[in-house]
Design a protein around this ligand. Structure first.
Ligand SMILES: *Cc1c(COP(=O)(O)O)cnc(C)c1O
Length: 398
């Protein structure tokens, strides 16, 4: 069965990613099943997307009801699920206004447009956005210029102008890159794709003060850190620093494609005609996200993520002590964690773990990332750790 779909892929689908040989067919909670009927504990979660787990009943119900009611309106008209989701996000964050997109990259595009308009109106036509090396902001032609990783940029030059990439967690680098053209600083509060890199509290606080002093927009790309991932509903809460603009996607719809950019009232500068999207804020996507956000808030899922995240981190520290010299670092917050190896064993380890029934992400050649559904229990963490250790001993014996 698996090979049939692999052949189908090579015949019809662009080969843009080397996939693991797992054809996932079904998911429930923290588990997924492949076409062979094999069960896996899912510590990838659709790339930090299924934060409430697969097939979450509240989200499924909202999708089913909305699918039988109304799938799409144009933004010429009012849409109830869109406005309900807007209320849920604004009432549960430091933000005042929201606009919906279909993906994280598009949410960031919207945030950059907003920042350029602000720069145009209030900072003498400033348009440049400072972002970090090792960041990830999406794959559009502008967002690869924002994404400070040569692997995402090199083949697509010339890059879209107006972005400056500086070292992460280095406040002086931001200060030195700032000039009269700078309108914004856009950062992930914790770098996900870049290898789960945590900044110092002083860094984010320093960015806050620098942007205030210079009348620049501080944008947090919370596409991965938002929706409870770090053990707080929004990543900025975990660091105690409020941005002016925040972008979301990934976990927002718990699997329905939906993104958003939000701003404080002072930065609410976009007007009719400035931005738009055919599908952005679509009733089906926003009905799903509305159910997901409200469930997450009502059940305080972030608090659970914080607690179980600490448990997982402690278990990973235990492995590090046991496999001293092989595992050299454990890092992350909440349920966005990474295990750093001395050697480039991620790919073989992830394959070995697949065989054992555990899905993981090889975020770097020498690091793996854990981003399970936030509803994972301590017992399931124990199960994941046992599978991981079994995979690791196999790889080390080779
Ligand atoms: C995944 C990700 C994006 C891009 O989101 P897409 O929905 O794939 O466009 C942007 N920023 C961060 C921090 C991400 O993790």
């Amino acid at each position: 069965m698996t090979s049939k779909w692999q052949e189908q892929e090579s015949r019809y689908y662009m080969h843009l990613v080397n996939r693991q040989p797992v054809v996932i067919q079904r998911g429930a909670g923290v588990r997924v099943w492949d076409v062979e009927g094999k069960e896996y504990l899912d510590c990838v979660a659709g790339w930090a997307v299924n934060n409430l787990g697969h097939s979450h009943p509240a989200v499924t119900k909202a999708i089913q009801e909305q699918a039988g009611t109304l799938l799409q309106t144009s933004n010429q008209f009012y849409s109830i699920p869109q406005l309900q989701l807007a209320e849920a996000l604004v009432e549960n964050s430091c933000m005042d206004k929201v606009f919906f997109s279909n993906s994280g990259a598009e949410a960031n595009e919207g945030a950059v447009k907003l920042a350029r308009k602000y720069g145009n109106m209030y900072r003498g036509g400033a348009f440049e956005v400072i972002t970090a090396l090792n960041s990830f902001h999406g794959r559009t032609t502008a967002m690869i210029a924002a994404t400070g990783q040569p692997a995402y940029q090199d083949k697509w030059k010339p890059l879209s102008p107006g972005f400056v990439n500086v070292p992460y967690n280095d406040l002086d680098a931001v200060k030195q890159a700032t000039n009269e053209r700078t309108c914004a600083v856009m950062m992930e509060p914790l770098q996900g794709e870049g290898g789960v890199n945590i900044p110092s509290d002083a860094y984010l606080q320093g960015l806050r003060e620098w942007c205030d002093t210079n009348n620049m927009v501080l944008i947090f790309d919370e596409v991965q850190t938002g929706m409870g991932r770090l053990g707080t509903l929004w990543g900025y809460q975990s660091f105690g620093v409020e941005p002016d603009v925040m972008t979301l996607a990934k976990g927002l719809g718990n699997g329905m494609p939906v993104g958003a950019f939000l701003c404080k009232e002072k930065f609410n500068v976009l007007e009719p005609g400035d931005h738009g999207s055919t599908f952005g804020g679509n009733p089906l996507a926003t009905a799903a996200a509305n159910a997901a956000v409200r469930f997450m808030v009502e059940e305080d899922v972030p608090a659970h993520a914080l607690k179980v995240g600490q448990y997982l981190q402690q278990k990973l520290e235990g492995l590090k002590a046991k496999y001293e010299g092989v595992i050299v670092d454990v890092r992350g917050r909440g349920l966005l964690l990474a295990l750093q190896f001395r050697d480039t064993i991620s790919a073989t380890l992830v394959s070995a773990c697949n065989t054992k029934g555990l899905l993981l992400n090889p975020v770097r050649p020498d690091a793996i990332r854990f981003m399970p559904p936030l509803i994972i229990t301590e017992a399931e963490v124990d199960e994941a750790i046992a599978k991981l250790e079994s995979g690791l001993t196999e790889v080390l014996a080779e």
